[in-house]
Design a protein around this ligand. Sequence first.
Ligand SMILES: NC(=O)c1ccc[n+]([C@@H]2O[C@H](COP(=O)([O-])OP(=O)(O)OC[C@H]3O[C@@H](n4cnc5c(N)ncnc54)[C@H](OP(=O)(O)O)[C@@H]3O)[C@@H](O)[C@H]2O)c1
Length: 301
Amino acid sequence: MSKISFSPFIIGTMRLGQWGAKMSTDEMQNFIEACIDLGINDFDHADIYGHYSTEGEFGAVLKKDPTLRKKIQITTKCGIKLVSENRPDHKIKSYNCSGKHIMASVDQSLEQLHTDYIDILLIHRPDILMNPAEIAATFARLYRQGKVKYFGVSNFTPSQFELIQPYFPLITNQVEASILHRTPFLDGTFDQCMRHKIRPTCWSPLGGGKLFKEPEKDTPEAFIEQQKRIKTVTETLCEKYNASADQILLAWLLKHPARLLPVLGTSKIERIESALEASDIDLTHEEWYELWQASTGEEVA
Ligand SMILES: NC(=O)c1ccc[n+]([C@@H]2O[C@H](COP(=O)([O-])OP(=O)(O)OC[C@H]3O[C@@H](n4cnc5c(N)ncnc54)[C@H](OP(=O)(O)O)[C@@H]3O)[C@@H](O)[C@H]2O)c1
């Protein structure tokens, strides 16, 4: 397996279809092409997005213009079984990482995406009943069949990651990470990625947009206070670096030596363009901790 390389950011597709922007085929094509023009060719999917419809909507673009396929790298995920009109046989929400489920899910994704290979397959969430040897054998089979090039996991704890890694080389752990979700900085996730020389991919890098919106009616007071503290520090840094708030918050993630790869959830090209400039902002060590402190609400020990 050769070494994988990524573009500077990964484009999340979760909000492009029915769970967000509801882009038409033409709009999605324009969006994909604009990302490629910006030098970003990594797209992050999951079978479940849009209640199992977003892969198909993206695939319609690849069907319309098959030349796009070789210009992009597709991640997709499997293992969550949602209760959905599109999956009437799912009685409750559950996780399934059995070989049978992974194989069937990959075949579905290939069909939906109108492609004969997936670049990166992730187990979306750890299945409590997962068997590492069975997962590894299934990954090896998919690799031999040419259906998937690289494999990883998502939302795995370091010990769950360590369970699979010795059986099969994983290329990432995709975890939630942002100024609002600091867990992987402290629970060993990023340390482990550095130790294995792989790059963590980070979902909801801007907290799902929560920091940019007015708090909803039932928002807990503690979150409102946290939001205010983060906003105050961010605004000072925006002035210093002549940057926007999203650029500062991305620069904060990019400063970590694990070389985090944010999975951007925006459906707006101008925000992706602006995100690219975040790489030029080098926050000082102290500024990084100012934001950390604004998030935790207390000085480090
Ligand atoms: N592995 C997993 O379990 C998992 C879970 C969740 C998500 N994901 C992946 O991660 C991707 C990103 O997640 P996310 O969408 O939560 O990420 P995010 O980038 O933190 O949030 C995106 C949201 O923030 C808004 N936003 C971004 N910048 C903004 C700004 N400057 N002002 C106002 N609003 C702004 C976007 O709206 P606009 O569209 O208007 O810009 C969008 O609604 C998903 O698409 C998916 O691929 C993975």
